[in-house]
Design a protein around this ligand. Structure first.
Ligand code: ADP
Ligand code: MG
Length: 735
């Protein structure tokens, strides 16, 4: 008997819902109760300090020492009153997870038993984590293997409960090397936010609305995930080690029965969701929806959008929180992009737009003519930015996990394209086909918008947002949805790139429009003229059809659009000269930082494939092969016995066939695993990381599907009682 599997199944079968303590107050009363927000600051700080700190936060200025001390004192007493005993700077190193280093608020002076204060303004503003174990892509030599974390006051501090029942004040921070280079996701994101604020605000204030002083990118990140029973998860070494199943035959009841899964959520799952939502709301994360996804055991959580920096922090925090709460409910959350073959993968749909301090969503259509021109201008600039930088966007989402989705025929393809919807496409066509604006005759008293026909554009749009779920980058009525981001990714990576390329485009837009205005062309006509030019040069990126189809792959090739399927190749974009120049121009990444990121991503890729390959080898030989051969011996004995007692050959001939098939499959597996091990050795000997990643992605990974093919065949033959791995149907059936 495959003991581990059946023990796990017994355990999973016997689970009861974990009771959830639902607060008696309304959500509005406990929402944000665990964050040091404006309300908490107002009640604890002197009016003067409160003014200073909120001003610094709004304007992104440094905080002086006295203010920092006062804020630290207030933060500490607030945190202690909420039960916190420790504090930590909370940051997002390039490992992809979040990191913390807990320090106590108080220390006891040895021998005296007296408590001394440990949390001063300096500790709030800066902390020195033991950073030597975080990836740095060669930035830090062993001699200066230190970096520091610095408080990001634009994201509120929060309190996290630890498993032991204590809690910690977490201070959102950036993570920087002593030599100044960014070692995290947040630092470049903050820079890109500042950049796009300046660029978009200029466009707004000079062309559309003089009152605009600030423009902030917004993000609503829909998070897809799978939920698996903890015991079953632990009984699958592949899930445990690599986050995905490397073997497993598709269940009889799979995605073909989609309807069955959509709708009712099992009570145990519901309890988990209710609890993590309550905890998220206490932390000020505006989680909103919950429903089953298309695949069995797959779900989604979508918070209401927020400023992008906060939304990225909240997404990282939410992922962490979900895993913690899942443990209480004896679940494991799978954030991997493709945990199960033959079943939908998971993405993180990044809904993105720009919001002004005057309350305008610049990608929101409007019935007012002037606002329509604003809307179309921003929309076309985003399309052009994506067109001109499609490879860079592709690089931003290139990981080993996402490689299973992109271009794998059931997720957005590896080809970057933009979906606009039929109404918006028509608007773009009309605009493109307008006569040259230099020849456009305006009489005195003419309404320029009326004459241009721009007045009626977006009114059509307001309730005409058709959806195309196969597009990697879709306009969805009042925002763009970047759907190709991986479910395990830190959104900041994609958002930094998107902010930067759109900002770059908006800066160019102003130059182009101003140049025409300088030739005495009326502002509105100059804008239309530039937009026409942009549409012409970038419309090949617009695609309204089925992005999952083979026809699109061919069509995209005809259009000259890139289709970069492999992650290492996509990452290679970071080494292009023009890419380094773009980032240096705006001080988002220095060349050194960009190169470090490239190296880290390659290293992550290599490690992931290496681990998967080892797991495949280990499971195939030590679990599958041994089980299959044991079963085969039983069959051999059986056939011998039948022969002995004189059963006619025709009755045991099929069993002999089975014995032969097991012989064939096990032999193939053995040979392939040996070859794969050899390929790994060869790849490991390579010094150049790009070449090493390429070899891992082709030569090593090239064996995965083939080995799997034979293992999955054996799963259908070997006695179910003896099969060592929890089967797909068991993993995916939640109760
Ligand atoms: P879907 O049909 O894709 O589920 P929803 O209307 O539920 O679309 O919205 C998806 C996400 O988009 C939500 O997180 C929502 O808050 C976010 N969103 C809505 N408006 C904006 C915006 N202006 N900027 C960024 N995100 C937005
Ligand atoms: Mg969506």
């Amino acid at each position: 008997m495959a003991l581990a599997r059946f023990k796990a199944l017994d355990l999973a079968q016997s689970r009861q819902s974990t009771p959830v303590k639902v607060p008696s107050e309304k959500v509005t009363e406990y929402f944000g109760s665990l964050i040091f927000n404006e309300e908490a600051m107002r009640s604890l700080l002197s009016p003067d300090t409160f003014q200073r700190i909120t001003k610094s936060i709004k304007e992104g200025h440094k905080i002086d020492r006295d203010t920092a001390d006062e804020v630290a004192a207030a933060m500490k007493s607030w945190a202690v009153s909420k039960g916190a005993s420790h504090y930590t700077h909370w940051f997002q190193p390039l490992t992809g997870t979040t990191a913390e280093k807990h320090d106590a608020f108080f220390d006891i002076v040895p021998g005296t038993g007296k408590a001394i204060e440990k949390f001063k303004g300096s500790a709030l503003v800066q902390q020195e984590p033991d950073a030597s174990s975080f990836p740095n892509g060669g930035i830090r030599s062993t001699f200066e293997a230190r970096g520091y974390t610095a408080w990001d006051p634009s994201s509120p501090a929060f309190i996290m409960e630890n498993a032991a029942g204590t809690s910690t004040l977490c201070i959102p921070s950036v993570f920087v090397a002593y030599t100044g280079e960014a070692l995290d996701y947040k630092t470049p994101l903050l820079k890109s936010i500042e950049l796009i604020d300046k660029a978009a605000t200029k466009v707004m204030s000079e062309y559309f609305d003089r009152n605009t002083e600030k423009t902030i990118p917004t993000l609503g990140a829909e998070q897809e995930y799978f939920l698996i029973d903890e015991a079953l998860f632990n009984a699958r070494p592949d899930l445990l080690m690599s986050g995905r199943t490397v073997f497993g035959h598709a269940p009889a009841k799979g995605q073909q029965l989609e309807d069955h899964y959509f709708g009712s959520i099992p009570p145990r799952v519901n309890a988990f969701m209710v609890e993590f939502e309550i905890e998220a709301q206490r932390l000020g994360i505006p989680v909103r929806t919950r429903h089953n996804e298309v695949a069995p055991a797959q779900f989604e959580v979508a918070p209401t959008f927020e400023e992008v920096n906060l939304a990225c922090d909240h997404n990282a925090l939410l992922m962490d929180l979900m895993q913690k709460v899942a443990a209480r409910h004896k679940f494991k959350v799978l954030f991997h992009e493709k945990p199960f073959a033959g079943i939908n993968g998971s993405g993180k749909h990044n809904n993105w737009s720009l919001a002004t301090d005057t309350g305008i969503n610049v990608l929101g259509p409007s019935t007012k003519p002037k606002e329509s021109l604003r809307f179309v201008s921003f929309l076309v600039c985003v399309v052009k930015a994506v067109h001109d930088n499609a490879d860079l966007l592709r690089a931003a989402i290139a990981t080993a996990g996402n490689e299973h989705r992109l271009g794998a025929n059931e997720a957005p393809p590896a080809i970057m394209s933009v979906f606009l919807g039929s109404e918006m496409s028509r608007v773009i066509d009309t605009l493109e086909n307008m006569p040259p604006m230099t020849e456009f005759k305006l009489e005195k008293g003419d309404n320029v918008y009326l004459k241009l026909g721009i007045n009626k554009v977006p009114s059509l749009l307001l309730d005409n947002t058709d959806r195309n779920r196969t597009s990697p980058f879709a306009f969805t009525g009042n925002k763009f949805e970047f759907r190709a981001v991986g479910s395990s990714a830190n959104s900041a990576s994609a958002m930094t790139i998107l902010n930067t390329i759109v900002a770059d485009q908006l800066i160019q837009f102003r130059k182009d429009v101003d140049a025409l205005i300088d030739t005495d062309l009326k502002k509105e006509l100059a804008i239309v003229e530039v937009l026409k030019k942009y549409i012409k040069s970038s419309k090949r990126i617009i695609f309204e059809g089925n992005g999952y189809s083979d026809e699109w792959v061919e069509e995209a090739e005809r259009r000259g659009l890139a289709n970069i399927r492999s992650a290492p190749e996509a990452l290679g974009v970071y080494t292009r000269k023009e890419v380094a120049e773009l980032f240096e121009k705006y001080d988002i990444f220095t060349e050194k930082e960009l190169h470090a990121r490239y190296e880290i991503e390659l290293e992550n890729y290599i490690k992931k494939i290496q681990i998967e390959s080892r797991v495949i080898g280990d499971l195939a030989i030590n679990h599958i092969l041994s089980t299959a051969l044991k079963y085969q011996s039983q069959l051999v004995d059986n056939v011998k016995g039948q022969k002995d007692i004189g059963i006619e050959e025709k009755y045991y001939a099929p069993t002999v066939e089975t014995i032969k098939r097991i012989a064939e499959y096990t032999a193939k597996i053995q040979i392939l695993v040996d070859e794969m091990t050899e390929a790994r050795k060869q790849a490991n000997a390579i010094q150049d990381s790009a070449e090493q990643a390429r070899l891992y992605g082709t030569k090593v990974k090239g064996y995965f599907d083939e080995i799997r093919y034979y293992v999955d065949k054996l799963e259908l033959i070997v006695d179910d009682d003896e099969w060592p791995l929890v089967k797909y149907r068991e993993l995916l059936m939640l109760r």
